[in-house]
Design a protein around this ligand. Sequence first.
Ligand SMILES: [Cu+2]
Length: 307
Amino acid sequence: MASSSLWSRATRLCQLQSNVSKCAATGSTSSFATRASASTRRFSNRAAFSIANSRALGRCDVAATTPACARSFSSSPRAQYKTVQEAKSRYRAGPFTLTSAVLFFSVGAGLVVYFRYEKERMERQRIAEQTKGVGRPKVGGPFELVDQNGKKFTSEDMKGKYALVYFGFSHCPDICPEELDKMAEMIDQVKKTSGNTLRPVFITCDPARDTPAVLKTYLQEFHPDIIGLTGAYEDIKDICKKYRVYFSTPADVKPGQDYLVDHSIYFYLMDPEGDFVEALGRNEPASRAAKIISDHIGDWRGRLDKE
Ligand SMILES: [Cu+2]
């Protein structure tokens, strides 16, 4: 009896608690719904007020709330595409247009050309300065010889312009004529690009036969600008040593006997101060040799005679 009464009281209490919690939940839900609805109303009212206000002020603070305001934020008019494909193709092109590609490649090519030019200039400078200064191996040096008109010509007379010095002899069957033809081409090409800034000099290594008169007739065949130099055998031997030029005349040559002189084949480029710049070998064609000379002349910042 006591236990059944206790059970019925417990059941009742349980039902009561269940009702209370249901009621509380309902109340809470309805209270939340009420609050939410009130909040929405307030927000809507505020937004409406703000829109009205902003319209009155002529500005847009609530862009997100109205499509009209959102549109007014865009700085440029939106592109109008007729088809979806058109819009897609515009999108795929991105920032890489034909103009930007042309600009990109032009700038790239310009930089390549500039750096190549600078590299070549630095290399020429390195070559030109290799023999400048104290303690450097010297090519060239002071000399005193006679030109094709019988006048004294010294190393000082060679200064003021760039000098192109060649060693050979007038009886040379093939190499010297070939090289002198090349020298004539180089003279004309350098004159075209750099003016009258080059002094071409031919120094004989066969002074026994190459007198001033012989040189004068011989060199006229090639170019009127070439200065022909000769002198005593000892003076020729001395200048060849200074220019590191090898030459050999056969021993015991009888008067009137024909002979060949073995000699090294180089063009020596000397700067206007009489310092060696570089040697141009037989493998250099006239046009390339002329360009090398003109480039060196272009790099020169000191005194340069053009008369
Ligand atoms: Cu020769």
